[in-house]
Design a binder for this molecule. Structure first.
Ligand code: FES
Length: 104
């Protein structure tokens, strides 16, 4: 199971604190994020520090560019592996797994 870091979640603020909250799950753990968030943004806001692990050496990886260039944000979403979570809008009920493709 992926570890959450509450100090990390405290470092991020939603752009619109009044936005409706969307429920989703990370490795089966319920979470919420403001509507309009990317999945990566939601994960960072929730305090997930490690999104995947490098296939070569298992080093922890996390979203870096937030614009589709680095591929450090890959996760399995609703059973689809290697989704670029920084480019994918969060939808209600999404099931995010951080355990695929060498992920955390
Ligand atoms: S954070 Fe770089 S591609 Fe998603």
């Amino acid at each position: 199971m992926a570890a959450r870091d509450r100090t990390l979640s405290a470092a991020f603020r939603p752009l619109d604190p009044g936005a409706a909250q969307l429920g989703y799950a990370v490795d089966g753990v319920p979470a919420q994020a403001p509507a309009g968030s990317s999945i990566a943004g939601a994960l960072l806001l929730a305090g997930y520090r490690v999104i995947r692990r490098a296939p070569a050496d298992g080093a922890p990886r996390a979203p870096y560019c937030m614009m589709g260039a680095c591929h450090e944000c890959l996760a399995t979403v609703d059973g689809v592996p290697d989704v670029q979570t920084c480019l994918t809008p969060l939808r209600k009920g999404m099931q995010v797994s951080l355990g695929g493709h060498g992920a955390a």
